[in-house]
Design a binder for this molecule. Structure first.
Ligand code: PEP
Ligand code: MG
Length: 558
C-alpha cells in the first residue's frame, strides 16, 4: 500500500482517525432462484418489501431533515416507481424468485443511469442502495449500514456511500469520508458538505486500506495519508481547527485587520448561483459570466429573455454592486450563435471576447447592454458592465462609449491581455474601472494555453511576471481614481488575495465557497503586511519563492 492516496477533495477540512472500511453489501441473489409457483403472492411479497424500504427511507429523511430529507424522499420515490413494480411483477410472472426479480429489475434502471453519465451516473449508488435494502428485507438479512457507535471518530471508507447511511450518521462519530467512486455532485459530496465532514471521493484503491489504519484526510487537496507520524497529524488537525475558527469568526464586509475595505464579491454563471453567493456573504457580484447562460443555444438570445436572466441578480443585492460581463465568446467558451469568422488555428489568439463585436455582431452587444440596463431598472443594485479580452485603449473607448450610450454609467474592461496591463494608463483614461482576469492574463503572459495541462506549471498566477502586470494595472487605475478588481481564480487563494490587495487591487471576486477563507485571511492581517508581502513576492524570481516570501509577511494562512 502506498503512503498516500489521492482523490478529489469535495468537502474541505482535515479529518484524522482509524479507517472503517464498509465492505460487502448484499450478495447477488442466484439467477436460478425461482418461487414456489404462486406468482401473485411472490409479487405481493416484493411489493411489500419495496414499500417497507420506501417508508424506512422516508422516516430517516424526516429524522434527518434538510438536504438529506430531499435526497431520501427522492430515493423513496424511486422505490415506489410503478414501472419498477411492473418489471418485478413481470419477472416473477416468469418464475423468478422475488429477490432475484428485484435484482434484475433494478439492473435495467442502473444501466440507463450509468450510460447517461455525469450527474445521473452518480445516482447509481442511490439505486443500488434501494435494491440492496429491498433484497435484505426479502432474504431476512440485516439492512446494510454503517456503525452507529465507536470508541473514537472513524474515517468511513466505502466504494460509494448511500444517502440513507450518511444522512443519519452521527457527525461526532465520523472524522472524514473517503470513497472510491463518486464525483463532486455525488450524494456523498453533497451530504458531506451539508454535514461539514471532510470528504474525498474518486479515491482509487481506498477500499484496500486495512481497517483500523490511521488516516489523515484532507478534504480540500484530496490527499489521504496512511499512518502519518502522530505529531504531524496532530499539528495538521490543530492548524485546521484554528483556521475553521478564524473563518467562522470572520463575518461582514471584507476588510484588513486595520480597516482597509476590500469588497468581497462572487463570480456567478447565472441566477442558480445566487443562493451560494448569499450564503457565503458576497457583498455583490464581481463577475457574471453571461456566456454560460447561452452555451447550448443555436440562436442569439432575445432582449426580454436576457432581462429575465439578469434581473434576479440585481434584485438579490439591494444597494450592492453587480458586474455583468458581456459575452466572452470564442476560444474556451465557444457559442454556436457567434462562430469565429473563418478557421482559427489558435482560437485563444483569435476573434474572441470584445473582438467578436466591434466589426461584426455589434447589434448582439447592443441588445445585451440594453437588456442589462433594463434588468437593473427599478432595483437598487448598481449595474456595472465590462468587456472581456480588451487589448487597446481604442477598444476600451469603444466599449465604454457604447455602454454610456445604453445608459450604463459604469462601463469597464477586463485586463486579461499583457498589452492592456502594460499600457493600463492609456486604458484607464477610457474605461470606468478595471477587473483583472488573472486566468487569461496568466495564459497570455506566459504563452501557456489554459486548456493544455502539459504547460500547467506556467499557468501559475504567482509567477512574478504576472504579479508585475497586476501591479501596473492596479497602479494605473489608482492614479486615475478608478477601481481595479480581480475576478480570476487568483482572488480565491487566501494568501494571494492578500498579496493582490497589497499590489493595489481594490476588490476581489471569486467562486462563493472561497469567500469565508479570503475574508478571514484579510481580517487577520494589516494593509501594510499585505503591501510588504506584495513587494517581497514581486522581488522573487520563481512562483514558489514569491509564495514563500509572501508567507513570511502573512503568517497563519495555509
Ligand atoms: C479570467 O480570465 O481570469 C476570467 C475571470 O475570465 P474567464 O475565466 O471567464 O475567462
Ligand atoms: Mg478570461
Amino acid at each position: 500500500m502506498p503512503a498516500q492516496l489521492e482523490g478529489v477533495g469535495v468537502s474541505p477540512g482535515i479529518g484524522y482517525g482509524p479507517a472503517y472500511v464498509l465492505t460487502g453489501g448484499i450478495p447477488e441473489p442466484d439467477g436460478a432462484d425461482t418461487h414456489d409457483g404462486d406468482a401473485e403472492a411472490e409479487t405481493a411479497r416484493a411489493a411489500a418489501a419495496l414499500e417497507r424500504v420506501a417508508a424506512d427511507l422516508e422516516g430517516r429523511g424526516l429524522t434527518a431533515g434538510g438536504d438529506a430529507q430531499e435526497v431520501l424522499t427522492a430515493q423513496a420515490m424511486m422505490a415506489r416507481d410503478p414501472g419498477l413494480a411492473d418489471r418485478v411483477a413481470d419477472l416473477v410472472g416468469h418464475g423468478k424468485a422475488a429477490a432475484r426479480a428485484v435484482f434484475e429489475a433494478f439492473g435495467a434502471y442502473r444501466e440507463l443511469l450509468a450510460a447517461a453519465g455525469g450527474y445521473l451516473a452518480e445516482r447509481v449508488a442511490d439505486l443500488d442502495d434501494i435494491r440492496d435494502r429491498t433484497i435484505a428485507v426479502l432474504t431476512g438479512r440485516p439492512m446494510p449500514g454503517v456503525p452507529t457507535s465507536a470508541a473514537e471518530p472513524y474515517v468511513l471508507i466505502a466504494r460509494d456511500l448511500a444517502p440513507a447511511d450518511t444522512a443519519l450518521l452521527d457527525r461526532t462519530l465520523v472524522a472524514a469520508f473517503v470513497t472510491e467512486y463518486g464525483g463532486p455532485t455525488s450524494h456523498t459530496a453533497i451530504l458531506a458538505r451539508a454535514m461539514g465532514v471532510p470528504a474525498v471521493v474518486g479515491c482509487v484503491g481506498a477500499t484496500a486500506i486495512i481497517a483500523g489504519e490511521r488516516l489523515l484526510v484532507d478534504g480540500s487537496s484530496g490527499l489521504v495519508r496512511l499512518s502519518p507520524p502522530e505529531a504531524e497529524a496532530a499539528a495538521a488537525v490543530e492548524a485546521a481547527r484554528a483556521r475553521e475558527a478564524a473563518v467562522a469568526a470572520a463575518v461582514g464586509p471584507g476588510t484588513t485587520k486595520d480597516g482597509h475595505a476590500v469588497p468581497l464579491l462572487a463570480n456567478i454563471g447565472g441566477p442558480k448561483d445566487l443562493e451560494s453567493a448569499l450564503k457565503y456573504g458576497a457583498e455583490g457580484v464581481g463577475l457574471y459570466r453571461t456566456e454560460f447562460l447561452f452555451l447550448d443555444r443555436a440562436d442569439a438570445p432575445g432582449e426580454d429573455e436576457q432581462v429575465g436572466q439578469y434581473r434576479p441578480v440585481f434584485e438579490a443585492f439591494p444597494g450592492g454592486r453587480v458586474v455583468v460581463r458581456t459575452l466572452d465568446a470564442g476560444a474556451d467558451k465557444p457559442l454556436a450563435f457567434l462562430p469565429p469568422p473563418g478557421d482559427e488555428p489558435n482560437p485563444a489568439l483569435g476573434v474572441r471576447g470584445l473582438r467578436m463585436f466591434r466589426i461584426d455582431n455589434t447589434a448582439v452587444m447592443e441588445t445585451q447592454l440594453r437588456a442589462i440596463a433594463r434588468a437593473a431598472e427599478g432595483t437598487s443594485a448598481e449595474p456595472y458592465v465590462m468587456a472581456p479580452m480588451v487589448s487597446t485603449a481604442a477598444e476600451a473607448a469603444w466599449f465604454a462609449q457604447l455602454g454610456h450610450r445604453m445608459g450604463l454609467a459604469n462601463s469597464g474592461i477586463m485586463i486579461e491581455v499583457p498589452a492592456a496591463a502594460l499600457r493600463a494608463r492609456d486604458l484607464a483614461v477610457e474605461a470606468d474601472f478595471f477587473s483583472i482576469g488573472t486566468n487569461d492574463l496568466t495564459q497570455y503572459t506566459m504563452a501557456a494555453d489554459r486548456q493544455v495541462s502539459g504547460v500547467s506549471s506556467l499557468q501559475d498566477p504567482w509567477l512574478p511576471a504576472v504579479l508585475d502586470l497586476i501591479a501596473l494595472a492596479a497602479a494605473a487605475a489608482g492614479e486615475a481614481g478608478k477601481g481595479c478588481g480581480v475576478c480570476g481564480e487568483a482572488a480565491a487563494d487566501p494568501l494571494l488575495a492578500c498579496v493582490l490587495v497589497g499590489l493595489g487591487v481594490t476588490s476581489l471576486s471569486m467562486g462563493a465557497p472561497a469567500l469565508p477563507w479570503v475574508r478571514a485571511a484579510l481580517a487577520a492581517h494589516t494593509y501594510a503586511q499585505c503591501q510588504a508581502a506584495a513587494t517581497t513576492a514581486r522581488q522573487a524570481v520563481t512562483a514558489a519563492e514569491a509564495k514563500e516570501g509572501a508567507h513570511a509577511h502573512l503568517p497563519g494562512i495555509p
